[in-house]
Design a protein around this ligand. Structure first.
Ligand SMILES: [Zn+2]
Length: 428
């Protein structure tokens, strides 16, 4: 090591040590008491509760008169507001933007990576300020491992955004995905192609090595005759994907909209099925048996149907919306757990509440049920034991909205306060 190198090594060591020193020298952040009209704790509404936050965690929650506060606590009065756990988006693509702005093909083929990442930083901020403090981001769609870098930038406090669970590139069977142009060979693809024993094991491990928190696989896609959706991977391939991911502590989620694609994915051991439009009562019974959740993404179906010309409220309902309605009814009939996720990116980031509004208004779910799905439910399904509820010891990821979202889902559009890890990003 030369002298100059030694100096710069010492200098960078000193820089790395600085944050530790300054943290030790400053006194801990004062405790904050949040005093709203009511607290939704992830399960039920508690009028008159208050919540104490110290550092990045919730340290007490209960009837306001019973919460003991340390000396020097500052109180944030939140009259008329309901405090709830930070919402958890179950299905986003931060690296995509709405298809009525730019087609998916053009985003994948023509947009420079830097443009996509720059836009994604803004989308991350919009997501957080809409009250979504966590998002499961299910594939970069041709933007490589950019989601891993975004997550790092958020965690290091460089840009505001939700806590991310990232899927990186996602896995597709060769030839099944897109973009597709019959005359052009070797087009860049929106996900990583992998087949057979060797290819699949290697691809899963590559994605894990690059930072994937979860593995996403396309169990079927529109690659059939006349673009019909057909299964892609064999049951053996899907099983190998799940086994390889699981041995590294990762779960697998499957895009699937055909009954056979869903059946194979469920038998292989995936944790959630995304979309599920063609699910039959038998498949949903199998999901219930195996403890697999459905993330129905009704907002994506609603948005793409409108992009294709459906005038909602005037035209008859398109067949794909009817199919979604029947599938969701069958899933609920079978007792399948629902994950709340809209496939946001197909529609604008920050508009995440659209999925919850549609579930209530178009699909008849009670607001309380939808709110549980987006908080304690998603936390359970995604193995996030440190969030999704308001309880001592959990992360202080909290949102306050005007009104009562357990009665009126529209209240979720009236976000007045956003806290993540005890840090306020928005306040009245
Ligand atoms: Zn998606």
């Amino acid at each position: 090591m030369g002298n100059d190198m030694k100096k710069s090594y010492l200098f960078s060591f000193w820089l790395a040590a600085l944050p530790l020193l300054s943290r030790a020298q400053t006194s801990p952040a004062p405790a904050t008491l949040l005093h709203p009209a009511a607290v939704f704790d992830g399960e039920t509404l508690h009028p008159g509760w208050a919540v104490l936050v110290e550092g990045e965690k919730i340290t007490a929650a209960g009837p306001a008169a019973q919460v003991k506060v340390p000396a020097g606590t500052r109180t944030l009065e939140l009259p008329g507001l309901t405090l709830l756990p930070g919402l958890i988006e179950g299905h986003s693509h931060l690296l995509l933007h709405p298809y009525n702005e730019t087609s998916w093909d053009d985003q994948v083929l023509k947009e420079p990576l830097a443009l996509r990442v720059a836009r994604a930083t803004v989308s991350a901020q919009k997501t957080l300020l809409a009250g979504f403090t966590t998002s499961r981001d299910l594939g970069t769609e041709g933007a490589g491992y950019a989601d891993v870098g975004l997550k790092q930038a958020i965690n290091e406090g460089i840009i505001p955004g939700p806590r991310l669970l990232v899927a990186t590139r996602a896995l597709v069977a060769t030839g099944s995905y897109g973009p597709r142009l019959a005359a052009v060979e070797n087009l860049p693809q929106g996900a990583q192609e992998a087949d057979g024993v060797d290819g699949i094991v290697r691809a899963v491990r590559e994605q894990i090595g690059h930072g994937a928190d979860v593995i996403k696989v396309y169990a079927d896609y529109r690659w059939g005759v006349n673009n019909a959706a057909e299964p892609t991977f064999s049951l053996e391939e899907l099983t190998l994907i799940v086994q390889t991911a699981r041995s590294a502590g990762r779960g697998v989620v499957a895009h699937a909209s055909t009954a056979e694609g869903m059946r194979r994915a469920v038998l292989a051991g995936v944790e959630t099925i995304e979309h599920g439009d063609g699910g039959t009562p038998e498949v949903f019974r199998l999901m219930k048996q195996r403890g697999v959740a459905l993330c129905p993404t009704v907002a994506a179906t609603d948005a793409t149907s409108q992009y294709r010309g459906w005038k909602k409220g005037q035209d008859p309902e398109p067949a794909r919306v009817t199919a979604k309605r029947q599938a969701l009814a069958a899933a609920r009939q079978a007792g399948v757990a629902l994950a709340m996720g809209g496939d946001v990116g197909v529609f604008p980031h920050g508009d995440n509440a659209r999925e919850m509004e549609l579930l209530v208004h178009d699909y008849g779910l009670p607001p309380l049920e939808v709110l549980r799905e987006a908080t304690s439910g998603n936390a359970r399904i995604f193995h996030l034991a440190d969030r999704g509820r308001v309880a001592p010891g959990l992360l202080a990821d909290l949102v306050a909205v005007a009104g009562d979202p357990t009665q009126q889902v529209e209240a979720l559009r009236q976000v007045r306060l956003v806290m993540k890890g005890g840090v306020l990003y928005k306040q009245p």
